[in-house]
Ligand binder design. Structure first.
Ligand code: ADP
Length: 459
């Protein structure tokens, strides 16, 4: 329906797997004006209105008619506010997300059967546990259990106290449950109010106790209700044997030939020599992904290992990084290319056709790219942090990846050297691919862990 990063992969997959475990899972999200919206049919489920200070705001809940994603998908439509093409990044985001959350709680308060658990994701839904627990009109929701999953603690949705005027009337004695550092902090509020808090990997939860963009003490204080559950991957979508976005399919038995054909497609498209190892980067071009290091690291690696490897970058984000990644194209023409855009189809083709995937992330709550890469027989080169630490083991330790410690140009260049060397030993590469492709990173396991977590608070 809409995707910026890994949160979309999780919310799109987890409910499907929960339903397979015989539970009822429904998803509610803002109605963005996306291709999915326009190319599917929708029923109007509910019409209501919320009062934001003195302004009545009408909302409509629509439901996707044919359950095409494998679960009930509801979208909140608020004219002029949520129905935009880009998910976030607008000046009025605070107001937009308050309205979205108020509409969700208002609608839910009128359901005949209340849910057992409401599971919110990141700060954009972080005020919901507070509204449910302390909203004067929602006393009947106050005993419903809530779970927060933190996909990214860098972004917290900070807002000035004036914004509280828009909130539904609440018990003023409880305003401390909204606050962190003299501001309203929706992520902190959800950590305080939710019955359980999870992050998308155990290592990331450990890291947040010491590095959480100002929330370290809160995570430490609340650690009794915090745990990490690693994300799975949606095998219905991410399967090299059936992936609709690939023209050349393969499985564990045909991986060598299958990857070669996908690599050939990439090499023809971007003018690379197929004999050389192909290293890719896919992701948001932001500091957390250490994307700012890429131009220098790529440049220095080519100076050191000229003629020995190719690099293909797919991503968008910080304009300065976008510019730097584009401007080195001419210098390393024939060996390097960057696509500064978001392109889901190309990303699948890259996971399938590449030899190595580079992820030098400074912060990586879970990371899905490395899981997709391994599923498609592409060797991950990752910095040991967060979920990367939990999912990739270095070949030197009997594993299947290239791991390094620092998000630095030096470590990236060194790892590229290791990749080039490894590529000379095709038998080892073939063994590593076999190993990676048999790892079970499916959602089945993680979905069951979430259900266990719900039971621990519901019963
Ligand atoms: P994050 O959520 O921090 O962005 P994750 O690794 O959890 O990182 O998820 C990233 C997801 O977004 C993956 O599915 C990846 O393939 C996809 N992705 C990121 N940038 C792009 C892009 N420019 N084009 C296509 N897919 C992208």
């Amino acid at each position: 329906m809409a995707k910026v990063g890994g949160l979309a992969d999780v919310v799109g997959a987890l409910p499907k797997y929960q339903i397979q475990l015989n539970h009822i899972a429904k998803v509610v999200m803002p109605m963005h004006k996306t291709t999915f919206l326009l190319s599917n049919e929708w029923d109007v489920e509910f019409k209501g209105s919320i009062l934001m200070q003195h302004q009545h705001i009408n909302y409509t809940i629509i439901k996707e008619k044919y359950n095409s994603l494998g679960f009930d998908l509801y979208c909140v439509d608020i004219l002029g506010l949520l129905d935009r093409e880009t998910v976030y990044g607008y000046d009025d985001d605070n107001f937009r997300y308050i309205a979205f959350q108020m509409a969700v709680v208002d609608w839910m308060s009128q359901w005949q059967h209340q849910p057992d658990v409401v599971h919110v994701h990141d700060y954009h839904a972080g005020l919901i546990p507070f509204f449910m627990r302390y909203g004067k009109a929602y006393a009947h929701l106050s005993s419903i259990k809530t779970v927060l999953t933190v996909h990214n603690a860098q972004y917290q949705g900070w807002m000035d106290w004036n914004f509280a005027n828009y909130f539904p009337s609440f018990d003023q004695w409880k305003s401390g449950m909204l606050e962190w550092n003299n501001q309203i902090n929706p992520l902190a509020s959800a950590i305080k109010c939710a019955d359980k808090v999870t992050t998308v990997s155990p290592s990331y939860m450990q890291e947040l106790m010491y590095q959480a963009n100002g929330l370290e003490n809160l995570f430490q204080y609340e650690k009794g209700k915090c745990s990490g559950i690693i994300n799975g991957i949606d095998y219905e979508i991410w399967n090299p044997e059936t992936d609709k976005r690939l023209t050349h399919h393969f499985n564990i038995d045909t991986v060598a030939q299958g990857k070669l054909r996908n690599k050939q497609f990439l090499c023809e498209t971007f003018g690379f020599d197929i004999q050389l190892p192909l290293i890719i980067f896919i992701g948001r071009l932001v500091g957390e992904k250490a994307a700012d290091l890429l131009p220098d690291a790529i440049h220095q690696s080519f100076e050191r290992y000229y003629n020995q490897f190719n690099v293909l970058v797919l991503g968008n984000g910080n304009p300065a990084v976008e510019y730097a990644l584009s401007s080195i194209r001419e210098r390393w023409y024939g060996y390097y290319h960057s696509q500064i855009t978001y392109n889901e189809t190309l990303s699948h083709q890259m996971y399938a056709g590449a030899d190595f995937l580079l992820m030098p992330s400074r912060v990586e709550p879970c990371g899905l790219n490395q899981l997709y890469a391994m599923r498609y027989g592409t060797i991950p080169m990752v910095r040991r942090t967060g979920g990367l630490n939990d999912t990739v083991l270095d070949i030197g330790d009997g594993g299947y990846g290239i791991c390094f410690n620092q998000a630095s140009v030096l470590d990236i260049v060194y790892s590229i050297g290791r990749a080039i060397e490894l590529f000379k030993h095709q038998e080892t590469i073939s063994n590593i691919r076999q190993k990676m492709m048999t790892i079970n990173n499916s959602w089945n396991k993680s979905a069951a862990e979430y259900i266990e977590l719900y039971y621990s608070i519901y019963r």
